[in-house]
Design a protein around this ligand. Structure first.
Ligand SMILES: N[C@@H](CCC(=O)N[C@@H](CS)C(=O)NCC(=O)O)C(=O)O
Length: 230
């Protein structure tokens, strides 16, 4: 039996949302442990020098890191690899890679792409995460110009599209790749669906999610994914 498995996470981390989707879909009994984003290295030192969330600790005390391998691990150990059933195909490998490289880069511009949205985002994060009293305020107010100025504007500029347009284009590309099926994986979702779903869902605690809500096919798929959770 051993100990209850744990998932060390940041509540707003997109990579954590990927894993959380699989945990909920499989209805696994996993304890969520939110960590303080300002003390990640220290709080995650128990798992070696990876220093990033998510970190999953199995019932036997083994640590598994890196969201995509971690999703596969959960699927293999608790679901007979059903979600990974298509990963032998080139199509699935291509789109899994697309989610982890292209779609993953779209979350920062939508959350921090303008000064107003950056402030909304850091304020919201400071409420959702397990910060200490001082670091909470520091993050909300010092974090937003940093995220806006340095990171997001660079990304928005290098793409050229407004963050909303970028998301709409990506959702169109992705849902077109479903080839008329309800999910990328066909009748049922697979690991590629859960990777993409995690990135999109990580925007859901923020007001900017409404910018994605008028993508009809994207939202229809998103709602089917929500309905697939236990
Ligand atoms: N490839 C990793 C990336 C994880 C990652 O970058 N997590 C962020 C939080 S969203 C983090 O912990 N960053 C801390 C750092 O890089 O020092 C995964 O997919 O799990």
């Amino acid at each position: 039996m051993g100990q209850q498995p744990t998932l060390h996470l940041l509540n707003t981390c997109p990579f954590c949302w990927k894993v959380r989707g699989v945990i909920e879909h499989l209805n696994l009994d996993v304890k969520h442990v939110p960590v303080n984003g300002m003390r990640l290295k220290k709080e995650l030192a128990f798992a070696g020098d990876w220093g990033k969330v998510p970190v999953y600790t199995t019932s036997t005390g083994e640590h598994v890191v890196d969201s995509t391998p971690l999703m596969k691990h959960l699927d293999e150990h608790h679901n007979n690899g059903q979600l990974s059933r298509n990963l032998g195909d080139e199509r699935s490998q291509t789109w899994l890679n697309w989610a982890d490289t292209t779609l993953s880069k779209a979350t920062v511009p939508i959350l921090y792409g303008s000064l107003g949205s950056a402030l909304k985002t850091t304020t919201r994060i400071s409420k959702l995460e397990a910060f200490g009293f001082v670091s909470k305020r520091l993050y909300a107010w010092a974090g937003f110009p940093i995220m806006w100025g340095i990171i997001a504007r660079k990304r928005v500029k290098s793409d050229g599209r407004a963050p909303k347009q970028l998301w709409h284009d990506l959702l169109t590309e992705f849902t077109d790749a479903h080839e008329g099926q309800p999910f990328f994986g066909g009748e049922q979702p697979d690991l590629v669906d859960f990777a993409a779903f995690g990135y999109m869902r990580s925007v859901s605690p923020f007001p900017q999610f409404k910018l994605l809500e008028d993508h009809a096919n994207g939202m229809a798929w998103y709602n089917r994914m929500m309905a697939s959770l236990a």
